[in-house]
Design a protein around this ligand. Structure first.
Ligand code: NAP
Ligand code: HSE
Length: 430
């Protein structure tokens, strides 16, 4: 019998949950027309029922007992926006086994437990939808799974973390140092009190692991991804990047190189002319190259109450339409290949190396030898700043495997004329 309404059980009423309630309320009439029946929130799971909420709900809607949702046969869609690994994972698995459609924004869960979750969905009549788990409001999961499915995806390159992009943008535009901008971002509430998930790259690797697994049809796990955050970026590096025509961004990169996959997250110099260089402040963007479509870029707000709710509600509408029309929208897990993920030492990049040396004759020749002995070819060498008796030399290399640059750095550190290798940053001439 055709359904005459769709009922939602919401797990979590924090930033995203509040946004979902607001969007369903504000756009309810329109959503009802799109789905064909009303879509309503039946119950909301929270930790603290007495906490003051930013949205008004009818009395009796809040609960602290998840079984009020999971064991209620009238609830059609479970929307998990509580975050964290557990108990969210067990709630999702149980909801799928109970035949409920599941929508989640939880990147940690999909990145760490995607296989288990998709297998649970596969052996039930349920769908699992997770558009909001990567880059909040930006449509990217569905485009990769559907609109671009005819392509062989060659590469994905993204600015997928808003906090770090805000910090790097401020450093670039205002000449501020990392620690000062971080403090300001924390005061404004953009960065968490413990900012390491963002600035050390953990948030970005979760997102690129999800995207790479979809794009290359092979499951990539978090421990296969090379990652570095932005703590080491100094104002002087930003200045050199500017002088050389580059912008510094935290990039998440996934590439298919003849059926071997490379996946990495690290700061990089990118040419000012590349569209990703213009992605500023808390905005995110994902640049995708497919063998049929060519280059495409998806841009927008990667986080926040309403942008993230936009993606969650899009998934709710998809699931609701499927329920109303008694069909399934699920594209089962698309990881049907088992491709090798390259080790970091095998990944090829250009590098920017900033070195403090003694200001004396013959130094550049010693530096050149330390690189040359490790098959590192130099694209350019500049020496613009002197600090007392020391000079600062900046080198840009040609493409080279990471293992060769690491050996060169070791050799440089052993030279008597080298005081310090101050920074090493990849250069992506994309
Ligand atoms: P949040 O503000 O911390 O809200 C979490 C909500 O879940 C709160 O309402 C909390 O209840 C409830 N909750 C947490 N653990 C619970 C438990 N064990 N039992 C019952 N209720 C529990 O989180 P958020 O920022 O909305 O993020 C939610 C999810 O969306 C996360 O997976 C996050 O990664 C993802 N996401 C967030 C954003 C964003 O911009 N915030 C963007 C993209 C994706 P109380 O209110 O009672 O404490
Ligand atoms: N903390 C993330 C960011 C948003 O700064 O982009 C949630 O994914």
């Amino acid at each position: 019998m055709r359904k005459d309404s769709i009922k939602i059980g919401l797990l979590g009423l924090g930033t995203v949950g509040t946004g979902v309630v607001k969007v369903l309320k504000e756009n309810g009439e329109n959503i009802q027309k799109k789905v064909g029946v009303p879509v309503t929130i039946e119950k909301v799971l929270v930790r603290d029922i007495n906490k003051k909420r930013k949205v008004e709900l009818l009395p009796g809607k809040l609960t602290t007992n998840v079984d009020d949702i999971l064991e209620d046969p009238t609830i059609d869609i479970v929307v998990e926006v509580m975050g964290g690994e557990n108990p969210a994972l067990s709630y999702i698995i149980k909801a799928l086994h109970k035949g409920k459609q599941v929508v989640t924004a939880n990147k940690e869960l999909i990145a760490k437990h995607g296989k288990e979750i998709f297998e649970a969905a596969d052996c039930t009549t349920s769908d699992i939808l997770f558009e909001a788990s990567v880059c909040g409001g930006i449509p990217i999961v569905r485009p990769l799974k559907r609109c671009l499915a005819g392509n062989k995806i060659e590469s994905i390159m993204g600015i997928v973390n808003g906090t770090t992009n805000y910090i790097l943008t401020k450093m670039t535009k205002e000449g501020a140092e990392f620690k000062d901008v971080l403090r300001e971002a924390q005061e404004k509430g953009y960065a968490e009190a413990d900012p390491s998930a963002d600035i050390d790259g953990h948030d970005a690797i979760r997102k690129i692991v999800i995207l790479a697994s979809i794009a290359f049809n092979t499951r990539v796990s978090l421990d296969q991804v090379y990652f570095e955050g932005i703590r080491k970026i100094e104002q002087v590096d930003i200045q050199y990047a500017k002088e050389l025509g580059y912008t510094v961004k935290l990039l998440a990169i996934a590439r298919d190189d003849n059926n071997e996959i490379e996946v990495r997250v690290h700061p990089a110099f990118i040419p000012n002319t590349h569209p990703l260089a213009a992605v500023s402040d808390v905005y995110n963007a994902v640049f995708v190259k497919g063998n049929a479509v060519g280059e495409t870029m998806f841009y927008g707000k990667g986080a926040g109450e309403l942008p993230t709710a936009s993606a969650v509600v899009g998934d709710i509408i998809d699931a609701a339409r499927n329920l109303v029309h008694e069909n399934k929208g699920r594209i089962s897990c698309t990881c049907f290949e088992n491709k090798k993920v390259k080790s970091p030492e095998e990944i090829v990049s250009k590098y920017y190396v900033r070195i403090q040396v003694l200001d004396q004759p013959g130094v550049l020749a010693s530096l050149a030898a330390a690189f040359g002995n490790n098959q590192v070819s130099l694209k350019s060498v500049i020496q613009t700043r002197a600090r007392g008796e020391k000079a600062e030399v900046v080198v840009i290399t040609h493409d080279i495997k990471e293992k060769n640059i690491l050996k060169s750095i070791q050799d440089l550190k052993n030279l008597a004329v080298v005081d310090e290798v101050s920074n090493v940053i990849r250069v992506e001439d994309i």
